[in-house]
Design a protein around this ligand. Structure first.
Ligand SMILES: Cc1ncc(COP(=O)(O)O)c(C=O)c1O
Length: 502
């Protein structure tokens, strides 16, 4: 566990006190007028607080504190964010504005159906559009994240086989898959069978044939896979699994590479989750709400969570259907993260079918441009031939062999260039992996800046490796112990206060 002095050091080295350490009792005051000034706010006396223990600060002190903190952070609005598998593209601000409208942000999920017809209509229409995009029959918009969607997908697989009286206990997952796939299958009670990739970076068909049996409940895979490669034998794969009576689950976190061009439903997938907080105008990453809708083929529709949003044509109204006897029940309170759904709906409508296709094309061209410029075999190489889709996985093995500088050192040094690093050491089947996903929103100039920085770091590794190994040196704090940072996080001032010596 990080001790108080280490935590204090991190805060002090940032020269940033906690907001709770600022201000004086009875000192400054900040005033923020409520929206709709003049409106009577009638809060019953018994519900009013008698006291409130929060720091007393003026408006400029608060604004400066949070602005300073925000500047210590990196976001897609400040720079290139090629974090592979996260699709950190720039999201148009108009979609945020729409999600912030009073009619969207200030309605309550307990309101009577009759008063939220617009919200129900947005969800109904979004569900239809996502079905069209994926080739699925029906969707549930409730899950909050990709992993949450995977878990729901696995529960649907379980319900499907239970209803058929079959006990299938195995879920097959390729070794290149995202870690959440293994966890979701395990949490739903399945035994995971791992199949290796072949020398083309795709699922090894012979190994799959050997793994598939009457015990197979599902094959879980993503296409393009986490190596950024399209699984071009997918039709043969889906036939193999279906012939054995199993289902195919599609991890749609990588949809950005094929949206508008190919549909998982047409590849033979029966269940699909999407990461709206990647492909559809909400940033992925810690903190904000996400959304991982799950779509299914017709034979699985009856098991979807309740409520299902339906449209009554006769009465011209949308309604919530809870009366579904085979439903697995609830997966989340109410209907999902509505703001994220609104952004996705606005994004799809504003892009149109052609726009979505163009986005996928540009994402793929950008990744291939980076691959072409960076995989020179001397510093970085690719382990699998051929064009990639939305992301490229480089290996820094040649650089490490020559200089001792690792993929981790390279990404840390990129921070000093003001760039967000790529994902590294994932997928684990590529030694010294650097997984770069530029997305469609970056210009050639931005990509060239990134290429120049990568080359500069590789050059520096040869002339001054110590400098690269000491990086980052230009950031608020230096190199952290990442394992401890995620296993023993200090996420709030209360946790930090608890460490204070008595
Ligand atoms: C391929 C893949 N699958 C699943 C997930 C899980 O998504 P989430 O982080 O929303 O749970 C991710 C996340 O990055 C991913 O890249």
């Amino acid at each position: 566990m990080m001790n108080y002095h280490q935590a204090r050091w991190i805060c002090e080295s940032c020269l940033e006190p906690l907001i709770f350490e600022m201000g004086n009792k009875g000192g400054s005051r900040g005033i923020l007028l409520p929206r709709g000034v003049g409106a009577e706010i009638n809060i019953p006396e018994k519900m009013l607080r008698k006291s409130l223990n929060i720091p007393e600060l003026s408006q400029p002190e608060v604004v400066r504190h949070y602005t300073r903190l925000s500047q210590m952070n990196f976001c897609v609005d400040t720079g290139f964010y090629p974090l592979g598998s996260c699709t950190m593209k720039y999201n148009p601000k108009v979609n945020e504005e729409l999600a912030d409208l009073d009619e969207v942000a200030n309605i309550h999920p307990d309101q009577d159906e009759g008063t939220v017809q617009g919200a129900l209509e947005i969800m109904y229409r979004l569900e239809r559009l996502l079905c069209e995009i994926t080739g699925m029959s029906k969707m549930c918009l409730q899950p909050s994240a990709g992993a949450h969607g995977e878990f729901l997908g696995m529960l649907l697989v379980r319900a499907y086989f239970r209803a058929r009286g079959e006990t299938r206990k195995e879920v097959i997952i390729p070794d290149s898959a995202h870690g959440t796939n293994f966890a979701s299958a395990g949490m739903a009670g399945f035994n995971v069978v791992v199949v290796p990739s072949n020398n083309r970076g795709r699922v090894d068909l012979e190994a799959l044939r050997a793994a598939v049996s009457e015990k197979t409940a599902a094959l879980m895979m993503t296409n393009p896979n986490t190596l950024g490669l399209f699984e071009d034998e997918i039709l043969e794969i889906s036939k193999m699994v279906h012939d054995a009576g199993g289902l195919l689950y599609y991890d749609g976190a990588n949809l950005n590479g094929i949206i508008g061009k190919a549909r998982p439903g047409d590849m033979g997938f029966d269940i699909v989750h999407l990461n709206l907080h990647k492909t559809f105008s909400t940033p992925h990453g810690g903190g904000g709400p996400g959304s991982g809708p799950v779509g299914v083929a017709e034979k699985l529709e009856e098991f979807l969570p309740v409520p299902v949003i339906e449209y009554d044509e006769e009465q011209g109204r949308f309604w919530l259907n809870y009366n579904r006897p085979h439903s697995i029940g609830k997966i989340k309170s109410f209907f999902g993260n509505f703001g994220v759904l609104v952004k996705a709906y606005a994004y799809i409508l504003s892009m149109g079918a052609d726009g979505l296709k163009e986005a996928a094309e540009a994402a793929v061209i950008n990744a291939n441009y980076l691959m072409h410029k960076l995989a020179d075999g001397k510093s970085f190489k690719v382990n699998y031939d051929g064009p990639c889709k939305h992301e490229v996985v480089l290996s820094a093995e040649p650089l490490k062999r020559e200089t001792g500088v690792t993929a981790r050192d390279v990404v840390k040094r990129l921070l000093d260039f003001g760039l967000h690093p790529p994902t590294y050491y994932f997928p684990p089947i590529v030694p010294e992996a650097l997984m770069i996903e530029p997305t469609e929103t970056e210009s050639k100039e931005e990509l060239d800046r990134f290429i120049a920085a990568m080359k500069a770091v590789a050059q520096e590794a040869r002339t001054d490796p110590g400098r690269v190994k000491a990086a980052p040196t230009a950031t608020a704090i230096g190199r952290l112990d990442e394992t401890r940072a995620s296993r023993e996080p200090i996420l709030s001032w209360r946790m930090y206060q608890r460490l204070k010596p008595k």
